[in-house]
Ligand binder design. Structure first.
Ligand SMILES: C[S@@+](CC[C@H](N)C(=O)[O-])C[C@H]1O[C@@H](n2cnc3c(N)ncnc32)[C@H](O)[C@@H]1O
Ligand code: SF4
Length: 510
């Protein structure tokens, strides 16, 4: 209910001119070195070839022949809007997500990237990143992306199982196609290629998942993200009623040891986001976590200029805002998408930094906080009071290096971080909850008892996103990365559990 990224609970409709003014303030703070200099440009391309039955993304299958060019024209208008306020500010990351940005026709893609570079200044070593569905990545498209500086791509594979792909209505993808695109990318060594893989899909067996995992690791991608299937109400699977009661996220919980052991064998390290598994899997992941804190798209405090429907933005020290979600209605591409925002000052940013890090990792680093805000966290009175109170009650630990919540219970963590909400956020929440209470009750009544189970399942499933990173990429500085720390991670990041026995056909594959 009170996550800034869901349901707009406390985001208010805001005029475009106010958002422009917010960016003017943020640009001023960046120039004065009172805001982090790293800033991300995110572009949301909502269109996909088909709607995969499992998908929870903000996407649409295009409704008309003109949809692509109209949406691209709208994105260009939004770029024009922020050209002047952000003049002279260098973007350190350019991310295209979706939907499927590689589904954009060649002409629109080239034109949009040209327009982007004419409006904004991109740092020479900026990360230029695309999400890609393999079936949409052609030779000509890749050539356009390379020309515009692509250096990082995630290929959404999800599964390589042919029958499963049909069942999931993931059209156009074949394992031969994935291999072909991957080989094409290998001709461009400066492009780091990652894979998304899913576990717990309807009809997917453990063997089929592990087989896919081994086949992908053998290709030596930069990273494999393993997503446990999250059957949110927006997914076709949920709507068809086939998965509502299944606790599918358990699949990754059960498999996590095996996944870690397999990853290690291939020279990869694993880390669990939002992890709540109370065993030694998490023993040595701190450096990985520290690195993730510095590299997340939301930046854990850095500014993000998000363009297009559903995009989330953060003008540091001014406001957070989100565009209207994609939904199922045809998109109105006149003008720019509506803005919904919430004001943020610098103190809110500090509180927000702590809330996000403690929620996601159960810890944060005073040195990283200092690097970010130029101030000692224990010198901020409103934060200091809460830290010391929680320590006195045994719910928080403080050392020179790290501040952390010892609990391994994610729900408890979510409650404890509320102590760090800033007073202005608390005021906003109280106001917003009053206004949204009726809507919330209505939604609960509509969804019946399912809603509480749904919420719990959803939080737990997110708790288990697993990242497998190639050893040589952990702890080092990659070409694009100005923000990564120099933290190094031992090759034995995750301690092994019991001996894993994999079936021979998996062990020897591919
Ligand atoms: C924004 S989607 C874009 C992926 C891209 N369009 C493709 O299909 O390759 C990013 C990732 O979210 C993951 N994802 C989508 N629906 C999910 C769900 N219901 N539960 C968990 N992960 C999901 C998939 O792994 C997907 O690759
Ligand atoms: S998984 Fe990718 S291609 Fe499939 S519907 Fe979601 S965003 Fe579109």
């Amino acid at each position: 209910m009170d996550s800034p990224h869901h349901e707009f609970t406390y985001f208010k409709p805001t005029a475009a001119s106010d958002i422009v003014a917010a960016w003017e303030r943020t640009a001023h703070l960046i120039r004065e070195r009172k805001a982090p200099k790293n800033i991300t440009l995110y572009v949301h391309w909502p269109y996909c070839v088909s709607q995969c039955t499992f998908c929870f993304c903000d996407m649409q299958v295009p409704r008309s022949a003109g949809a692509f060019s109209q949406y691209a024209a709208m994105l260009k208008r939004e770029m024009d809007l922020f050209r002047a306020p952000l003049r002279g500010i260098q973007f350190s990351r350019v991310w295209f997500g979706g939907g499927t940005p590689t589904f954009m026709p060649d002409g629109e893609l080239n034109d949009l990237l040209n327009h982007l570079r004419s409006c904004f200044s991109i740092a020479p070593k900026a990360e230029i990143y695309f999400e890609a569905a393999p079936s949409t990545l052609t030779t000509s498209k890749l050539a356009i992306l390379i020309k515009h500086g692509l250096n990082h791509i995630t290929m959404g594979v999800q599964t390589l199982d042919k029958e499963l792909l049909t069942q999931l209505d993931r059209r156009g993808q074949t394992s031969v196609g994935v291999g072909r695109i991957y080989r094409m990318l290998q001709d461009h060594p400066r492009v780091i290629t990652d894979f998304d893989l899913m576990v717990g899909l309807e009809g997917q067996t453990e063997d089929s998942f592990l087989k896919d995992f081994v086949r992908l690791l053998a290709l030596r991608p930069g990273m494999v993200h393993i997503y446990p299937f999250d059957p949110r109400p927006g997914t076709l699977s949920f709507q068809s009623g086939t998965v509502a009661q299944d606790r599918l996220y358990d699949k990754l919980r059960i498999l996590s040891r095996t996944v870690s052991a397999v990853a290690r064998r291939f020279g990869y390290q694993t880390a669990l986001m939002y992890q709540d598994i109370g065993d030694d899997l998490n023993r040595d992941v701190e450096p990985v976590v520290l690195e993730l804190q510095n590299r997340s798209l939301q930046g854990f405090g850095e500014s993000v200029l998000g363009l297009g429907y559903s995009a989330i933005s953060h003008a540091f020290g001014s406001c957070q805002y989100q565009h209207q979600r994609v939904g199922q209605d045809p998109l109105n591409t006149d003008g720019v998408p509506p803005f919904l925002s919430m004001p943020m000052d610098r103190l809110d940013e500090m509180h927000g930094y702590i809330v996000r890090n403690l929620t996601r990792y159960g810890a944060f680093y005073p040195a990283a906080f200092h690097e970010f805000f130029g101030e000692d966290v224990l010198n901020i009175p409103s934060i200091r009071t809460q830290l010391l109170n929680l320590r006195a009650s045994g719910q928080l630990e403080i050392s020179d290096k790290r501040i952390w919540l010892p609990t391994r219970d994610l729900m408890e963590r979510l409650v404890l971080v509320k102590h760090f909400y800033s007073s202005s956020l608390k005021r906003t929440l109280i106001r917003a909850n009053r206004e949204n209470y009726q809507r919330f009750l209505y939604n609960c009544a509509k969804a019946g008892d399912q809603i509480s189970e749904e919420v719990a399942d959803r939080i737990l499933s997110r708790s288990l996103l697993m990242l497998c990173t190639r050893n040589d990429l952990v702890g080092g500085r990659s070409a694009w990365d100005d923000t990564a720390t120099n933290g190094t991670v031992s090759s034995e990041t995750i301690n092994g559990g019991p001996v894993i026995s994999l079936r021979d056909d998996i062990r020897n594959s591919p």
